[in-house]
Design a binder for this molecule. Sequence first.
Ligand code: AMP
Length: 173
Amino acid sequence: MTNTNLADLVRNVPDFPLPGIQFKDITTLLRNGPAFRQVIQALADRYADRKLDAIVGVESRGFIFSAPLAFQLGVGLVPVRKPGKLPADTYQVEYALEYGTNKLEIHRDAFQPGARVLVVDDLLATGGTIVAATQLIEQAGGVVEELAFVIELSFLNGREKLGKYAVHALIQY
Ligand code: AMP
C-alpha cells in the first residue's frame, strides 16, 4: 500500500458551523478506502504492544476511528456518550464550550479497576471534550495510557490542558 499524505485528504471548510471557524472535514478522508485503512493501521501499529485493556471512543466522530482500531487490536471498546444514551448506571461530567456547556457520560461498570485505556477522538481543538472524557474514565476506575487523535489543531494549545497525559496526533495544523 502506498502511503498517502493524510492531511491532503482533510477538507477545510471555512466559516462552518460559525463565521471564523475553519472546519476540518474528515469525510473526504473517510471516503478514500486506502487512506481510511492507513489511519487505522498507523494507530494499530503504535498501540499494538501497549497492553491496552480498553479503547474509549468519544461520541460521535470518535466512534468512526475507535471502533475499527479496537477491532484491529482485539481490545474492547467503551463508548463515552452524550447524556441520556447509555442505559445502565452512569457517571456524568459537564464541561464548558465556547458557547454554553456540554455533558458526557460513561457506564459506571465500563472497566476493571486499573484498566489501561486509550482514548480516541477525531480532533483535538481546545481539549475541553477530551478532558471531560479523562475525568469520566478515572471516575470509572480506568487509567489513561494515551490520548490519540487523527487531527490536532495545535494553534489552539489543547495539549497544554492535557499536560499530565501523553498525546498523539496523526495530522497537525
Ligand atoms: P474541543 O473540545 O475544543 O477539543 O473540540 C472537540 C470536538 O469538537 C472535536 O472532537 C471535533 O469533533 C469538534 N471540533 C472542534 N473544532 C473543530 C474544527 N475546527 N473542525 C472540525 N471539528 C472540530
